[in-house]
Ligand binder design. Structure first.
Ligand code: NDP
Length: 286
């Protein structure tokens, strides 16, 4: 049977349209304007594109975005001062510092400085801790997007064997916590996993977050498995974008699969927007 192609573009558009309506209602009925502060340090071209896309999504949904574009030689002290000001501003719901930051600034110090109440990226240790023990808090956007892709594609998670390949703080680890919360039986694989192929082959759901172009080939997959490809890589041969999964082979074995681009990618911004909305609700005691 042909695999179900999970359309991340369509699902993220649905989420953005739902949010647009919720943001409108919040403004009209309660006078609350959802506000995100976006900080970019330096002129990294990829970061500039990400920031532009985030601002565009805010505009579409009706979220006010405040933009702070700081020079490459900004000191850590200057950045921390700005974060502190934004932490204390009542009219700011979410704060996002686009990563990576220039080398004179320590990424972890920046993450820790953002108030957990405004941590819409979900990277603060308090947010991660809340996720681990099942309390309300912000969830890292990409893994949260994967859950939405699965749920909105009617893919059963509860009781299923899920293998996540990758254990980074922003994808693999929070992903494992979310799948556990959804009652999957979770295995987290990584570069030291012995016989990765055999481990993946027993999975009903494989989530690849490795950063290695087309590493997960069809022979890693059980017939009918759901395959979620978080990877965004450049194909070394063609220079085009590709995932961690060898899509052309995997699509013949998988029951459902996400393409790259157009799968997980578009979900990240949609979930960021959702976190901003949630932040505004929390700040207003809703
Ligand atoms: P990291 O480099 O931080 O982590 C990669 C993980 O993969 C590590 O845990 C590493 O293991 C593991 N790994 C590396 N090589 C192997 C191997 N041969 N076999 C098994 N495991 C391996 O990457 P990220 O988590 O930040 O990103 C992963 C991918 O997802 C990238 O392609 C990135 O571009 C993409 N991404 C996409 C996003 C989106 O919006 N769609 C958002 C974020 C990331 P170990 O810990 O042992 O070193």
């Amino acid at each position: 049977m042909a695999a179900q192609i999970i359309d991340g573009k369509k699902i993220s558009s649905e989420i953005k349209d739902e949010l647009k309506e919720k943001v409108r209602i919040l403004k009209e009925e309660k006078g609350i304007e959802v506000t995100l502060a976006v900080i970019l340090v330096g002129e990294d071209p990829a970061s500039q594109v990400y920031v532009r896309n985030k601002k565009r999504a805010c505009e579409y949904i009706g979220i006010r975005s405040l933009s702070y574009e700081l020079p490459e030689d900004t000191t850590q002290e200057e950045l921390l001062k700005l974060i502190d000001e934004l932490n204390n501003r009542k009219d700011v719901d979410g704060i996002l510092v686009q990563m990576p930051v220039p080398e004179q600034i320590d990424e972890k110090t920046v993450i820790d400085a953002i108030s957990p109440a405004k941590d819409v990226d979900g990277f603060h240790p308090m947010s991660v801790g809340a996720l681990c023990i099942g309390e309300r808090g912000f969830v890292s956007c990409t893994p949260a997007g994967v859950i939405q892709l699965l749920k909105r594609s009617n893919i059963e998670i509860s009781g299923k064997e899920c293998v996540i390949v990758g254990r980074s703080n922003i994808v693999g680890k929070p992903m494992s916590m979310l799948m556990l919360r959804e009652n999957a039986t979770v295995t987290v694989a990584h570069s030291r996993t012995a016989d990765l192929k055999a481990v993946c082959k027993r999975a009903d759901i494989v989530i690849a977050a490795v950063g290695k172009p087309k590493m997960i080939t069809a022979d890693y997959l059980k017939e009918g498995a759901t395959v979620i490809d978080v990877g965004i890589n450049r194909n070394p041969e063609t220079g085009k974008l590709c995932g961690d999964v060898d899509y052309d082979g995997a699509v013949n074995v998988a029951g459902a699969i996400t393409p790259v681009p157009g799968g997980v990618g578009p979900m990240t911004i949609a979930m960021l927007m959702n976190n901003c909305y949630e932040a505004a609700l929390m700040h207003n005691g809703l």
